[in-house]
Design a protein around this ligand. Structure first.
Ligand SMILES: *Cc1c(COP(=O)(O)O)cnc(C)c1O
Length: 867
């Protein structure tokens, strides 16, 4: 492998050009792991290995594969590969012109991607948004950094990646877990075994966060009166940085070192400590780094303690009171709720809260402990009520959103008790439907087709006319993609299955079978998710004979690949897994059904690239959004799902299949049976025949039509690119503006708003309606209402007529204008004309607050009805 010195010299100049804005360079003592630092070019490789961008950029895979193909295949972790291979191997490859050329072009692309103006810079050149701090308990960026469980981490990880693509200035905060979530093994009887391999930080793509003088940045927080040291780490994900905290610091008591061991492990006590580290520690970390985010995005209520610490910080900086500081800072906080059932929200006992935050409330926030508790209670006076993190998030934010259109409605019901006397439609919750980061989930083959059709930068901008472009792709191209993707999945399944059987000690005959399961030409269904009852992972097993008939049809067979974990202490979920394994074993269905163990990100990648159909069967309305089905879109997989979460808004008959209706049926088992039968019917009558109905060229044209529609219409809509742009426009920018307005002049506006709010609350009971008269006019009515304001000023309130929406449409709100004063009393008249065909009785007058700058009803939930 010879290279001319000239050529190498030229390359080197590219390799070593360091740009402080974009490229990290390392000295060995900055790293946590080991690196043979003297090899020329190794720093560039290290920077690449430590940038999570490789996890969504297929081009870099070849480098790691060349360094050590086996280790790469087993770990998918470039940082492990780089640290493990011999010096000779690295040197040999770095002097190979082909390798070098590839490396250089990736580095160049990386630099460009990090420094060129992106969508955000072009679209909002002058905005005053410097940082959005995104807080989440879990992040799913890559299997090389296992600090996630599933959906929530997926949403966080994919949004970070899209923020990087779009140039949205996000910094993320999370926890570094020594063990994370368990890895799953399934024994031959179908029992789930949980393994907790140690997350060795030296082998993960993370680096200690060091101060310019080389000192490792450590933070001290107080937990239940004890000082706890937190270590800090940095993860580079393209343009975006993720900062992680952990408590496994040698200076801590053993009991504290273990706080960040497990993700969602232990009881309420441990959960609360983790959330204190995330919220309070996370904010302190930002402060230590000099990052002053205008906006904080709470991905679920876990992060809500940041509300307290952000206000605390503002108090100290400006000399305001906690209440005032909260009024200022909350406008910059966004709360995204992901839960569809009340049981999903964290709550803590008053005694635990007292132990953990009793002194914090007094010493840091200078408020009474009960005042802090009130922020997390429905009834502030009820000293027995638990503290709910979601309530703190709501009372500490300027906006709330759910994660699908349906979930907005569900969330409004869940939180309506915080807005007493307000109609449920007006509970202040909006939505941004989740999306997935398409470049992370597409296959090499689909990537190629999308690139040829829509260009390389298709996920970096506003998505323009992707739909029209994709509609033009030929049947042949799509069908070829489908066939080779399915074939790849069959190979993957065989390999995984073989490995899995060997580990669980099965006889060689069985392992021999593993090498032959599945058929690359057979319709392939995928079903992978957490095994919890509401997802109904056993719906397909409702009528085993019928399922067997579908799978083993002599001319139109079907194969099914399954995966999923049950929570460690969830015996119900584990029994559901066992039932599948027993079904497969007892009926000798290995050629048609394979349960792959250890559902994780790389398993998902393989599944969503290869399946023809993705099945999802949640019980409506429990699936807030769901994201796994979105991952098949880019690869031409078609969804068949209950009309819940994202599918309730994505489905139309030309893009996929739906089971169930658009109603919620509670726990009535009749509806599960009905759903199962609908699923079988669909498979038998539509899915299977459509797949096998071929034209003279062997192409299933009706199938391709549906597949193309799904790809073209849904992929852009359910991409995280769209999600992040929507968050930016709808929430981040307005929140930043509002926060800056309130915070200006040491919180002048915030202080004023608190005063106005308190005064209005005190005077509110003085409001009274007099007579409300209605008279008919052409096509409607004239309303005239007399009101008594007491000491309230007319400009502090607004009068409206309100009528419920009909058939699910939005309610009607008509503003009433002040007209005159009643000469015989203190009453004021307000009036409005309404053009409507509805009865006059449908309209009710009401009074709501109208203080400029204050969000109604989120920040002041007063309302006074005529009746
Ligand atoms: C995408 C994904 C999820 C989320 O899937 P849903 O069932 O749609 O919520 C969970 N776990 C893993 C490993 C995933 O890749």
């Amino acid at each position: 492998m010879k290279t001319t010195p000239n050529r190498r010299g030229k390359k080197s100049s590219v390799l070593y050009r360091t740009n402080p804005m974009s490229e990290q360079t390392f000295s060995t003592n900055q790293l946590y792991g080991f690196l043979p630092s003297t090899i020329e070019g190794i720093n560039s490789l290290a920077a690449l290995a430590l940038d999570m961008r490789w996890s969504w950029n297929h081009t870099a895979d070849k480098l790691w594969q060349q360094l050590d193909p086996d280790l790469w295949e087993l770990t998918n972790n470039p940082w492990v590969v780089l640290q493990t291979v011999s010096r000779d191997r690295v040197e040999q490859l770095l002097s190979d012109p082909g390798f070098r050329e590839n490396l250089d072009s990736i580095l160049q692309a990386k630099e460009q991607a990090n420094t060129l103006p992106a969508w955000f810079h072009k679209k909002f050149p002058d905005v005053k948004l410097t940082a959005v701090a995104y807080f989440s308990m879990e992040f799913m960026l890559s299997d090389a950094l296992p600090i996630y469980v599933g959906g929530l981490g997926n949403v966080a990880g994919d949004q970070l990646k899209s923020a990087s693509d779009l140039g949205v200035p996000v910094v993320a905060i999370g926890l570094f877990y020594q063990q994370g979530y368990f890895h799953q093994e399934i024994d031959k009887n179908g029992n789930q075994l949980e393994r907790y391999p140690y997350n060795d930080p030296g082998q993960l793509p993370i680096t200690p966060l060091r101060l310019p003088n080389g000192e490792w940045l450590r933070l001290k927080i107080s937990i239940a009166g004890y000082p706890v040291w937190l270590r800090t780490w940095q993860v580079q994900a393209g343009r975006v940085k993720l900062f992680l905290l952990d408590s496994n610091d040698a200076a801590n008591l053993p009991v504290h070192r273990g706080i960040t061991n497990e993700l969602y492990g232990g009881g309420a006590d441990l959960r609360m400590k983790q959330e204190l580290i995330l919220g309070i520690g996370g904010w302190r970390l930002l402060r230590a780094l000099g990052i002053k985010p205008e906006v904080c995005h709470m991905n679920e209520g876990h992060a809500a303690f940041l509300v307290l610490e952000r206000a605390n910080d503002y108090m100290k900086e400006t000399g305001t009171s906690f209440k005032e500081a909260l009024m200022v800072t909350r406008s910059g906080n966004l709360f995204t709720t992901h839960t569809a059932v009340p049981a999903g929200f964290d709550h803590f006992k008053p005694s635990l809260m007292q132990q953990m935050l009793g002194s914090y409330s007094q010493e840091e926030l200078s408020i009474d402990f009960e005042e802090l508790m009130a922020l997390g209670r429905w009834d502030p006076k009820d000293q027995t009520e638990d503290f709910k993190m979601a309530y703190l998030a709501i009372r500490g934010c300027g906006a709330i959103n759910g994660v699908s259109s349906l979930h907005e409605k569900v969330s409004k019901k869940l939180f309506m008790n915080l807005f007493p006397r307000w109609p449920v439609e007006e509970v202040p919750i909006g939505h941004v439907t989740n999306g997935v980061h398409m470049p992370s989930w597409d296959s090499e083959i689909s990537d190629k087709i999308w690139t040829q059709t829509c260009g390389k930068d298709r996920w970096r901008g506003n998505l323009g006319n992707l739909e029209e472009q994709m509609v033009a792709v030929s049947d042949e191209t799509l069908w070829q993609m489908r066939n080779s993707s399915r074939s790849n999945l069959v190979n993957f399944t065989r390999n995984q299955f073989e490995r899995q059987l060997s580990i669980s000690g099965r006889p060689t005959e069985m392992i021999e079978i593993a090498r032959q399961v599945f058929n690359p030409n057979t319709l392939t269904l995928g079903f992978a998710r957490r095994f919890v009852p509401y997802k109904r992972p056993n719906l397909l097993l409702h009528d085993p004979e019928r399922l067997i008939r579908i799978l083993t049809h002599p001319t139109q067979p079907v194969q099914l690949v399954l995966a999923g974990k049950a929570a460690p202490f969830d015996e119900v979920g584990k029994a559901l897994i066992r039932k599948w394994i027993q079904f497969i074993n007892q009926n000798n269905l290995h050629h048609h059904v394979v349960f792959l163990d250890d559902y994780d990100m790389s398993l998902t990648e393989n599944l969503v690239r290869g399946v023809d159909v993705w099945i999802n069967t949640p019980k409506r309305p429990w699936e807030a959004s769901g994201t796994s089905g979105m991952k098949v879109l880019v690869n031409g997989g078609i969804n068949i799902s209950s009309l819940d979460g994202w599918w309730a808004e994505a489905y139309s008959p030309d893009v996929g299949w739906a089971i169930g209706d658009e109603m919620d049926h509670g726990d009535d088992p009749i509806w599960d049976i009905k759903a199962a039968e609908e699923l079988y019917d669909l498979l038998e009558k539509e899915v299977v025949p459509t797949f096998y109905n071929r034209d003279p060229n062997g192409i299933p044209t009706a199938w391709i039509k549906r597949m193309r529609n799904s790809m073209a219409k849904l992929t852009p809509r359910f991409s995280a690119n769209r999600t992040v742009r929507e968050y930016t426009g709808k929430y981040y920018l307005p929140a930043a503006e509002k926060y800056l307005r309130r915070a200006a002049d040491n919180g002048k506006l915030g202080i004023k708003l608190i005063q106005q709010k308190q005064e209005l609350e005190e005077k509110w009971h003085q409001l009274k309606f007099g007579i409300v008269e209605t008279s008919g006019i052409q096509n409607g009515y004239f309303f005239k209402a007399e009101v008594y304001l007491g000491e309230i000023k007319p400009y502090e309130i607004m009068l409206e007529l309100f009528a419920d929406g009909i058939d699910g449409s939005a309610p009607k709100r008509i503003k009433m204008e002040p007209n005159s004063k009643n000469p015989e009393s203190e009453g004021l008249y307000y009036q409005a004309e309404v053009i409507t065909s509805r009865p006059a009785d449908d309209f009710t007058a009401r009074i709501i607050p109208n203080l400029e700058g204050l969000t109604v009803p989120l920040e002041i939930n007063l309302i006074h009805w005529q009746r």
